[in-house]
Design a binder for this molecule. Sequence first.
Ligand SMILES: N[C@@H](CCC[C@H](N)C(=O)O)C(=O)O
Length: 282
Amino acid sequence: MRLRFTKMHGAGNDFVVIDATQQPFRLSPEQMRRLGDRRFGVGCDQILVIEPATSADADFRYRIFNNTGDEVEHCGNGARCFVRFVVDAGLTAKRDIQVDTMNRRLRLTLQDDGRVTVNMGAPVFEPAALPFDPQGLTPRLENGFALWPLDELQGVELGLVSMGNPHAVQRVADVEAAPVLTQGPLIEGHARFPRRVNAGFMQILARDRIALRVYERDAGETLACGTGACAAVVAGIRAGWLDAAVEVQTRGGLLKIEWAGGDAPVLMTGPATKVFDGEITL
Ligand SMILES: N[C@@H](CCC[C@H](N)C(=O)O)C(=O)O
C-alpha cells in the first residue's frame, strides 16, 4: 500500500505524521515498525495519526504509536507538531484547537512566533495511575512528595507522575554523566511498572531551569520528551526544588513548562518543525 506522510520534529523528538482525514489509516503493527525503522523505513520515535473528531466539541482526534507499533496515551512534542500540521495543511482555520487523545482532551494554541502551547491537563501522582506497585516499599518524603526506591537499583529515588502516560523521574547531579542508557531500560521494564514507564533524569540548574534526558518507553532515549519535561517539572515543584515556570533544556531544544500546582493544568510551550513530505510503499 502507498502511504503519504509528513516528517516532523519537536525539539528533535521526531515523528511520521499521517493525515487520516484524507486517506484511510490501516497499518498493521509490523508496517508501523517498518515505517519507524531508521534503516529499513523512514525512521521516527513516534507515529502520529490525525483523525476526524469523534465528539461534537472536539476539532480532531489524535492517536500516537511508538515506533514499535504500540499505541500509547500521550505525546507532548507530538501534540505541538499535530497543531502545526493541521494549520499548515489547511485542515482548520482555528489557532485554538481542541483534540481528543486516548484518555485526555488537549487544548492547543499556535502562537504568533510559530511555537505551540499545549494545555496538557493536570498531573496525577497516585502510584496506581501509572501503574506502579508500591507493595513493601517505603518512600522518602521530600517536601511531602514521595520519592520511591526501586528494588535492585541502589540509590535511585523516583518521583512518579502520570501525564496521561507514565513517568518515573529522578534527580541527578550531572545529566550528561547520568546512566540513561544503562539504567533507563532497567527502570522502563521494571516489574513494579506492569505497563512499563518513561524514565527521566533531571539536573536542576536553577529554580527555573533544568537539563533533562528521558529514556522513553519503547523508543529508547529521544532528543526530547514533552510529557517527560512536564513530569520532571511538576515532580521538581512538588519536591520544593523548582518554581512554577521552568525552562527545560533537552538535547534537542528548549521547552517551557508552567504549573500552578494542585489540579491546575500543566502548560507546555515549544517548537514544532516540518522536515519534509514523502510517500512510501509498505
Ligand atoms: N515523546 C513523547 C512521549 C511518547 C510516548 C512515550 N514513549 C510513552 O510510551 O509513553 C512526548 O513528547 O511526550
